[in-house]
Design a protein around this ligand. Structure first.
Ligand code: ACO
Length: 431
């Protein structure tokens, strides 16, 4: 029951004012939401490019307070999940709303492991790609094609189909991701080893080969699991909103996740981790940092400091804090000394003190540190965004399932039209 209302007063151009009552909805946390859905009937649309003030849906999965650097999954702070949980347990939490009991967790992990293999014919798909294709390009194609192989889980009105599709996507993403990498370097694909945990299995498929037993470092496997966990969900970001929008037309889940992967790819979103490393390579030396900081501040220069700034966080991204700590631990444990890390550290110090970045509240984001840690783990740069996609798949699926399980309408934004008014067609001889 709505109790609060807002009143919108609009000058109707006829010397009086139209007052339109708009209901206000209160969430558990976060700002109240003014319901503008009735405005169309009054002859108005709202205008909000980039959706900076628009709540496009109701959700119970993740809450972010960007001003205070808070991120909660189903109410649990990300810092606590990163310390006490693991990736698959967090997947269960996101999908089902509660932490699993020991039996539920065992069953969940067992079921995910059962789905790690892909249909053998999917292997032939890869031969159609160029060897130098970006792995994200391959991911978009192969994940979209999954609907051609798994018809028995594409009836979105059947909860059972939706659950099986969720398991398949979470389980097969690391397999497809590793296959994309193996293809690019001309090595044989590795079948999953279901005796390994989720992250160790991914590393086995990435770095193992059929001639030798895989020797997966537990330090690296733990770090990889944390990276997946920290990327698991982030409420209504560009890729998740894309998945919801695609899903709102009742498209199948595999097609929707492929749409999410495409949206994630850009450097303003998940592509930033790869862009961070490219930027650090371009800077090349600590002595060049000042020049790049000056370029980032120059309005006439399109250059931006990759890995800095966030649409929602105007404070430290809490995931970045955990990621930074994990990066420090991994670098110390593996004894890695990379001059690029010195550039990253110095850049971070300068940006955190520089008035431009301080005033605009541009803090290092999760991609700044994930780029660094993934490089330290020996992950090739082109795989960074793919790894983000693997971790985020559960978030996409959880949001898609939440939408399909409730009441929803096809997403159809409106526009402020500023083109020509109606005019008569001019035949070609008169133009
Ligand atoms: N370097 C320099 N200046 C920046 C940066 C940056 N990285 N980010 C924002 N700014 C400036 C903008 O020029 C703008 O200045 P102005 O107010 O004088 O015009 C101001 O800060 C606000 O920036 P917007 O672009 O309006 O912020 P928006 O919320 O639209 O964009 C975004 C957020 C895309 C993340 C932006 O900060 C950016 O491009 N960062 C670099 C790319 C990046 O790291 N992306 C990863 C995001 S995290 C993720 O997806 C997991």
């Amino acid at each position: 029951m709505t109790e609060k209302h807002a009143t919108l007063s609009i000058d109707n151009g006829e010397g009086s004012v139209d007052n339109i009552e708009l209901p206000i909805h209160e969430g558990t946390l976060g700002p109240d939401v003014v319901n503008v859905s009735g405005l169309t009937a009054e002859g108005y649309f709202t205008f909000d490019p980039g959706f900076t003030s628009t709540a496009a849906c109701e959700s119970q999965i993740t809450f972010i307070d960007g001003a205070n650097g808070v991120l909660l999954h189903r109410g649990y702070p990300i810092e606590q999940l990163a310390e006490h949980s693991d990736y698959l347990e967090t997947c269960y939490l996101l999908l089902y709303g509660e932490l699993p009991t020991a039996e539920q967790k065992t069953e969940f992990v067992r079921t995910v492991h059962q789905h790690t293999m892909v249909h053998e014919q999917i292997r032939t798909f890869f031969n159609g790609f160029r060897r130098d294709a970006h792995p994200m390009a391959i991911m978009c194609g192969v994940v979209g094609a999954l609907s051609a192989f798994y018809h028995d889980s594409t009836d979105i009105s059947d909860q059972n189909h939706r659950t099986v599709a969720a398991y398949r996507l979470i389980a097969k993403m690391p397999t497809i991701a590793a296959m994309s990498y193996k293809f690019s370097i001309g090595q044989p694909f590795m079948y999953p080893d279901n005796s390994l945990d989720y992250s160790a299995n991914f590393l086995h498929m990435m770095f193992g080969n059929p001639c030798e037993p895989s020797n997966i470092s537990p330090v690296i496997a733990r770090a990889m699991d944390k990276i997946f966990l920290l990327h698991a969900d982030h409420e209504q970001n560009a890729s998740t909103s894309t998945v919801r929008l695609a899903g709102s037309s009742q498209a199948n889940p595999f097609a929707c996740i492929a749409a999410g992967i495409a949206a994630l790819w850009g450097p303003s979103h998940g592509g930033a981790n790869e862009a961070v490393v490219k930027m650090l390579e371009e800077i090349g030396d600590v002595s060049n940092i000042d020049e790049y900081i000056a370029r980032a501040k120059d309005k006439d220069d399109p250059f931006r400091l990759m890995g800095f700034g966030h649409r929602v966080y105007k404070n430290f991204d809490p995931r970045a804090k955990v990621m930074k700590q994990a990066a420090d631990e991994v670098l110390a444990e593996l004894g890695i000394n990379d001059p690029m890390l010195d550039i990253a550290k110095r850049l971070e110090e300068i940006a955190l003190e520089d008035a431009y970045f301080v005033d605009k509240k541009l803090y290092p984001n999760v991609d700044f540190y994930s780029g660094i840690i993934l490089k330290a783990l020996g992950i090739p740069t082109t795989m960074f965004t793919v790894i983000f996609a693997v971790g985020r798949t559960v978030g996409w699926i959880a949001h898609w399932n939440e939408m399909i399980s409730g009441s929803y309408r096809i997403g159809r934004p409106r526009q402020l039209y500023t083109g020509y008014s109606e005019r008569d067609f001019v035949t070609i001889d008169k133009r």
